[in-house]
Design a protein around this ligand. Structure first.
Ligand SMILES: Cc1cc2nc3c(=O)[nH]c(=O)nc-3n(C[C@H](O)[C@H](O)[C@H](O)COP(=O)(O)O)c2cc1C
Length: 167
């Protein structure tokens, strides 16, 4: 059993739900999981493994998720395994497009020895708040392309790796 942090940066809640699915899958395999918003992760707590994800906004990660990666990179007891994901692409044409990490996040990922990033499609609620988000929803970009069942399967695969077995 490993002590695992699952943390997310979100504005509209979609990334939090992906993180929750990953956390549930890890817990179902007996791991001790702390699920938290990236900005709420307690200082000084150490984890054997971590999963950090963010919603993508204008090509960037949410500030609190980047901040958490910075903190982890500075920590003396870094998690020995780190998985990253982000959620963003909207639409039937783009919902499956893999997205590269933003440059700063890439540099932190390298410092931390993270696995390859996993891209999930995004979700834009029809009643999204904010001027740009509302305009995007009005222009037909509203919908949900996250494939939460893949988040669950991914969490299961992580659990298998943490237990040192193939699934
Ligand atoms: C203002 C705005 C800008 C966005 N910019 C991007 C972007 O640059 N790339 C992308 O893939 N998705 C972009 N998206 C889509 C979001 O990443 C997607 O809605 C995601 O699911 C939001 O995550 P959250 O619900 O956790 O905040 C944008 C959405 C909004 C509202």
């Amino acid at each position: 059993m490993a002590k695992v942090l699952v943390a997310y940066g979100t504005k509209m809640g979609g990334t939090a739900e992906i993180a929750t699915k990953v956390a549930e899958a890890l817990r179902a395999h007996g791991h001790q999981v702390t699920l938290a918003a990236a900005g709420e992760v307690r200082h000084g707590e150490s984890y054997e493994a971590a999963v950090v994800g963010s919603g993508i906004y204008a090509g960037r990660w949410r500030r609190e998720a980047v901040g958490l990666l910075k903190r982890l990179a500075r920590a003396s007891d870094k998690p020995s395994r780190l998985w990253l994901f982000h959620s963003g692409p909207l639409g039937d044409e783009h919902g499956d497009d893999p997205v590269a990490l933003p440059r700063k996040v890439r540099a932190l990922a390298d410092r931390l020895g993270a696995e390859d990033v996993v891209t999930f499609g995004g979700r834009l609620p029809a009643d999204a708040r904010g001027f740009i988000a509302r305009a995007m929803a009005r222009n037909g970009m509203g919908g949900d392309w996250r494939r939460l069942e893949q988040a669950e399967a991914w969490g299961g695969a992580m659990a298998a790796e943490l237990e040192g077995r193939q699934e």
